[in-house]
Design a protein around this ligand. Structure first.
Ligand SMILES: Nc1nc2c(c(=O)[nH]1)N[C@H]1C(S)=C(S)[C@@H](COP(=O)(O)OP(=O)(O)OC[C@H]3O[C@@H](n4cnc5c(=O)[nH]c(N)nc54)[C@H](O)[C@@H]3O)O[C@H]1N2
Ligand SMILES: Nc1nc2c(c(=O)[nH]1)N[C@H]1C(S)=C(S)[C@@H](COP(=O)(O)OP(=O)(O)OC[C@H]3O[C@@H](n4cnc5c(=O)[nH]c(N)nc54)[C@H](O)[C@@H]3O)O[C@H]1N2
Ligand code: SF4
Ligand SMILES: [Mo]
Length: 738
């Protein structure tokens, strides 16, 4: 056989981050020989980052679990799928029988959102558990965005996206798209798109306590003291609403609450906030003036703003700034998407819930539910605190909360005390090692892919389906198959016998699979063919015939039609957010100097292009070069504290202590130190050979589970007060006493 006969080219979307890059994968004899950017993808235009190649490594990783595992007294043993699923369902059911439904918690991690099957069927498992103790990575990430969207626009996923390709002034607060490739702003090749703003005469401004990769290419970088962005935003609003002639925006007629916002902003002139933010009053006035002067301007804030104690205020005030300057729902401003698979107005069964808040509270700390979930910051205490309603069992799916939630070490202790735990995950890692049963899904290359979430968060309306590259082997199970199988078993156990209805439903959903659901969603969506044989429009078969994806054009103004509030109005001043301004004012009193408790530094996070949260450190190619898990310290702080570049420092917070090498750099502002998250792979009992050699420390052994955004309960990772000192020299090996 000639080599040609066994080579092929496959096109797909990279599922690793939010950027949705198109890939061109070449194979010889069914082995991947290259992964490159797909030049014909209309959205990503050939761009990829170094992580794309990791799809091959992940697929071939000998540490990736390929069959279910059960933990026994003597170690892990391989079990059949039926045995594993039965044991998992029986174990969870037994805990619920003995201690009530809420005794089983669930935690869904970030990769669920990058997985078509889980976007369609993932909630089946959570629903089958009927527990109020539902958790996910949402509350260590974008929860404030969702809560604010629910309050203001009536749907938690109706999130405004910066119209990157048409704006002329982009104000980035607490985001580093050059490392993260963009978030709640799917924009492949974001560097070129940012440069294009400058090339068309626009400006890029970055507000960040660190001079990041993004700040380095910006026209202006403004340092800000961590956790004070809500003050800066109020000062910007003060200038816009009180120092300039009033502007009438096209949304005025459908907006409520402008007077309330104006009254709030009156109390925060730039001079009032400068001592706390560290941003000079004149800088604030320049930012406001330039924002107002640009015909298309947008403010965008991400992780640095949502994971801080005023996360909800920040995301709210950003929306307010965009709205009162007439930049919301306008070309080049903050816009809403109309995705082909519409999770907001789509067919009822496929649309995701509009949201909710405060329907129940966490047992121990009384933090409110949002969108049916409790904040992950309370997961450990719900396990550790005795009493009725204590969590005694856990299901994790595509999550690694030991490394990704605040005070991870405490959660680790809590997991050790559980009666039962199940993990749906391809790795034996820091979290799943505590499970009794691990159910590993197929690799991403063995499944079909469509970005239900990220098409809905993209700077352009596009649609693309990728078929599986490889067929799963006989032992392969998709996440969604595992979910449905567990759901079916749990329902059967609950009823005490197999029910005909439940069995028929299970069989029907299994036969349908996510692809059929996707087809229905595409056909019924705003660009769909509505099942009409003569109507031009999208369907799954149309996407199958367009392997590079389909461009559906730039974002279009869509208010008030797309508003989901009951009164169809835009709520500029939701009561809970207005009330929280009081807390802000008290935390940062007028005139007072910043609350710098002697010797404390503020810890912030950072991302590197070659990391992806906690779970890609087993890919050798991504770990080449200098170790990245270092503590960035400003030279002034370093010399004051006796720290030197490359030497270990010990960092202590209220909850923990780590020792980590120092990188002295003026990239961070004085008083601020920075660590990446997702490291800390030296825990015993994992099967991550490469990662454990590049272990690093976990930032979340320092972050505090008691630091949350008061409104949403989102983890406030950024601005954790820490003390830093030179690490004690390693102890000489102990000599036995004579
Ligand atoms: N390479 C890579 N890409 C990723 C990921 C990854 O781990 N690695 N993770 C993905 C995920 S899950 C997400 S959610 C996105 C996140 O995407 P981004 O939000 O763009 O990523 P971060 O690097 O966390 O950016 C947060 C920025 O906020 C700054 N910051 C910290 N505290 C404050 C503060 O108080 N105020 C202000 N103004 N800034 C502050 C930090 O210095 C940092 O530059 O990235 C995604 N993409
Ligand atoms: N200090 C600090 N902490 C942070 C952040 C921060 O900026 N600073 N960022 C936060 C953010 S934005 C996020 S999103 C969270 C992420 O938090 P998590 O989602 O809890 O953690 P990940 O590191 O993404 O781990 C993903 C897990 O999913 C598994 N996995 C990967 N692909 C699949 C799949 O297809 N199916 C299944 N079943 N499993 C899969 C991996 O093996 C891994 O166990 O971390 C948060 N934690
Ligand atoms: S930027 Fe994101 S989507 Fe693009 S190749 Fe890298 S990891 Fe994949
Ligand atoms: Mo995230």
């Amino acid at each position: 056989m000639s080599a040609k006969a066994t080579s092929r080219v496959h096109f797909r979307t990279c599922n690793l981050c939010e950027a949705m890059c198109g890939l061109r994968i070449e194979l010889q004899e069914e082995r991947i020989t290259s992964i490159r950017g797909d030049d014909e993808d209309p959205f990503s235009r050939g761009h990829v980052c170094p992580k794309a190649l990791a799809l091959k490594d992940l697929h071939e990783d000998p540490d990736r679990l390929r069959h279910p595992m059960r933990r026994t007294q003597t170690g892990w043993e391989r079990v059949s799928w039926d045995e594993a699923l039965d044991a998992a369902a029986n174990g969870l059911h037994a805990v619920q029988q003995a201690h009530g439904r809420d005794a089983v918690a669930s935690y869904l991690g970030n990769p669920n959102v990058h997985n078509l099957g889980n976007m369609v069927f993932g909630s089946e498992l959570v629903r089958a558990l009927r527990s109020k103790n539902r958790f996910s990575a949402t509350s260590v990430d974008q929860l404030p965005h969702q809560l604010v969207s629910y309050f203001m626009f009536g749907h938690q996923l109706l999130v405004p996206i910066p119209d990157l390709d048409r704006t002329r002034y982009l104000l980035v607060m607490g985001a580093n798209p050059l490392a993260s490739n963009g978030s709640l702003m799917t924009a492949p090749d974001v560097r070129t798109r940012l440069r294009a703003i400058q090339q068309r005469g626009g400006r890029l401004v970055v507000v960040d306590p660190r001079r990041t990769e993004t700040a380095a290419i910006a026209d202006t970088h403004v340092f800000i003291r961590p956790g004070t962005d809500a003050l800066l935003l109020l000062a910007l609003l003060h200038v816009v609403l009180h120092e300039h002639p009033p502007r009438t925006g096209h949304l005025d007629a459908l907006t409520d609450g402008l007077d309330t916002v104006r009254a709030l902003a009156r109390d925060f002139p730039p001079e009032r906030v400068a001592p706390h933010t560290g941003v000079p009053a004149e800088t604030v006035r320049t930012l406001a003036r330039d924002f107002l002067a640009a015909d298309a301007a947008v403010c965008y804030g991400r992780m640095g703003l949502s994971t801080q104690p005023f996360g909800s205020l920040c995301q709210w005030l950003i929306n307010v700034l965009n709205a009162v300057t007439g930049q919301m729902d306008k070309e080049g401003g903050a816009m809403f998407t109309q995705p082909a698979f519409d999770i907001i107005c789509g067919p009822k069964a496929m649309a995701l819930g509009r949201g909710s808040h405060g329907r129940w509270k966490s047992r121990v700390r009384g933090l409110p539910e949002t969108g049916g979930e409790l904040p992950s910051a309370v997961l450990a205490e719900e396990m550790l605190t005795p009493g009725d309603g204590r969590v005694r069992a856990l299901v994790t799916m595509a999550g690694n909360p030991v490394l990704s939630t605040p005070n991870g070490a405490q959660l680790e202790r809590a997991l050790e005390g559980l009666d039962f735990m199940v993990s749906v995950d391809p790795y034996l890692n820091e979290t799943t090692r505590h499970a009794n049963i691990i159910l590993p899904p197929v690799s991403p290359l063995e499944r079909g892919h469509y970005d239900v979430a990220f098409h809905a968060l993209a700077v352009r309306n596009t649609a693309k389906y990728s078929p599986p590259l490889f067929e799963p082997g006989p032992e392969g199970r998709h996440d969604w198959q595992i979910v449905l199988a567990l759901q079916h078993r749990l329902e059967t156990l609950r009823k005490g016998r197999p029910s005909v209805r439940q069995t028929l439903r299970y069989q029907a959903l299994t036969r349908l699979g996510p692809e059929r659901m996707l087809d229905v969603g595409l056909r019924m969506g705003p660009h769909g063919n509505r099942f009409h044989p003569l109507r031009q429009g999208l369907s799954l078969s149309k996407l199958r015939a367009s392997p590079h994806g389909v461009d559906l054009g730039p974002l279009k103004p869509c208010l008030p039609e797309r508003l989901q509030t009951k009164d169809r109005r835009l709520h500029l001043a939701p009561a809970l957010l207005v009330a929280d301004v009081q807390r802000l004012a008290q935390t940062f009193p007028e005139g007072a100097a910043p609350d710098a408790r002697a010797g404390e530094l503020l810890l912030i996070g950072r991302r590197h292009l070659r990391d992806n949260n906690s779970w890609m450190h087993n890919v050798p190619g991504l770990l080449k070069g200098k170790p990245r898990c270092t503590l960035m310290v400003h030279p002034e702080d370093a010399s004051r504290l006796g720290l030197a570049d490359g030497v270990d420092a010990t960092v202590t917070s209220r909850v923990g202590e780590v020792t980590v090498p120092v990188a002295v750099t003026d990239e961070v502002m004085p008083g601020v130190v920075s660590l990446p998250h997702g490291y800390g792979h030296r825990r015993q009992g994992t099967k991550l050979r490469v990662a454990s050699e590049h272990a690093g420390i976990s930032q979340n052994d320092l972050t505090d589970d008691h630091a949350v955004d008061a409104v949403s309960g989102n983890a406030a990772f950024n601005g954790t007060p820490v003390r830093v000192r030179p690490a004690a020299p390693p102890q000489a090996s102990a000599t036995p006493a004579a």
